[in-house]
Ligand binder design. Structure first.
Ligand code: SF4
Length: 365
């Protein structure tokens, strides 16, 4: 069982074996101009992604849905979702960004007003500063608690889901509060409502997620099938990305500040954090010269791979230098932390002007 509200690190191979997620590499060659997250295997799995590739090639239209649950500060790992949205925006997708304030309330006890504030000052501000264009016509952002179409659909869908099913998917028990029990249906409705006729559906839809969110995907696909006659739903596709490792070697998590580089950190703090990150270096310089480092086990290398180095050739050279022991961790960290500082200098400038625009998106002060 996978718990979407916990932060356990998952075994990606096992997920592919046990839950029927297919390797993304099977389809990579069919994607025109894939982003680095796809090319570098960070997006490792998919369900039915072939129909999204087809829709992109034939320009027949498709939707991307990815929610944000306002519950804390955004860290650099969250940037992966925004990078994917920016890419999909260029591919002509209709983008839906539900702000999961109902989920935040039922699973974390965060009041709606607090969620709205967090969504503006933290999430939307960062999404804009990172480059997602909310001025485009095909991007739709809403609070779950204010979207009647989504809430109505959730209620209708609930008619064909029973308590035992929710227990077996999510591990809910007799002590689970009723709001929490219900809120996965709101997420199902978030994903399926772009396929309603009044939203231009039915159409292929993709949900890019971390693998911990797969229970929602499985439930949504099952429910889409049950309501196929009524709404002509197409089962949503999904992609799965790896989580970025935290600075200490555990999963990066907003609730564990020592593991995370927050997008609101100053350039100096971000730089310092990279310098403090766990590496795949050897015990002594002598050993490292002889044996080389282990980039596969290095948080600094992951930063380069996921976020800092866009050129494949440059990245390959850094990997090679590490493996050959021709670069030591101190020097490598200096290069990576310098790149991080530069990235954060740009980001913090953009964040300063983004908040006003973020406020306008939700249309109220
Ligand atoms: Fe990591 Fe760089 Fe050290 Fe290699 S040289 S282990 S990539 S910090």
């Amino acid at each position: 069982m996978i718990d979407p509200w916990s932060s356990a690190i998952l075994d990606y191979e096992k997920l592919i074996e046990q839950f029927g997620i297919k390797p993304f590499s099977d389809l990579l060659d069919d994607v025109d101009n894939p982003p680095i997250l796809m090319k570098r295997g960070i997006i490792f799995g998919q369900r039915d992604y072939g129909r999204i590739i087809k829709a992109m090639k034939e320009e027949t239209g498709f939707a991307v849905v990815t929610g944000m649950m306002p519950s804390g500060k955004m860290h650099i790992g969250h940037k992966m979702i925004v990078d994917q949205l920016i890419w999909y925006q260029k591919q002509g997708a209709d983008i839906y960004i539900p702000i999961a304030d109902m989920e935040s309330y039922s699973a974390r006890g965060i009041e709606f007003e607090e969620s709205r504030k967090l969504a503006i000052t933290e999430y939307l501000t960062n999404y804009i500063a990172l480059g997602l264009d909310f001025k485009k016509r095909n991007i739709h952002t809403y609070l779950q608690s204010e979207n009647k179409a989504v809430q109505d659909l959730a209620y209708i869908l609930g008619r064909k889901v029973n308590l035992n099913e929710m227990k077996s998917i999510y591990g809910f028990s007799g002590s689970t509060n009723i709001s929490h029990l219900y809120v996965p249906l709101v997420q199902v409705a978030d994903i399926l409502h772009p396929q309603l006729e009044e939203f231009g559906g039915p159409k292929p839809t993709v949900v890019p997620v971390g693998p911990d969110q797969d229970p929602h995907i499985r439930l949504t696909r099952d429910i889409a099938e049950r309501f196929k006659n009524k709404y002509r739903f197409i089962a949503p596709s999904s992609t799965y990305h790896r989580f970025i490792t935290g600075l200490t070697g555990d999963k990066m998590s907003s609730s564990k500040p020592k593991t995370a580089i927050f997008l609101s950190d100053s350039p100096e703090i971000a730089e310092k954090k990279v310098k403090s990150a766990k590496t795949g270096g050897r015990e002594s310089l002598e050993d490292q010269r002889q044996l080389g480092g282990i980039p596969e086990d290095c948080v600094v290398y992951e930063m380069l791979l996921y976020h800092l180095v866009s050129s494949d050739a440059e990245l390959k050279e850094m990997y090679h230098d590490c493996k050959q022991g021709t670069i030591m961790c101190g020097e490598c960290k200096k290069i990576a932390s310098g790149m991080m500082r530069k990235f954060f200098q740009e980001l913090s400038k953009k964040r300063m002007i983004a908040e006003d625009d973020a406020r306008k998106i939700l249309n109220r002060n």
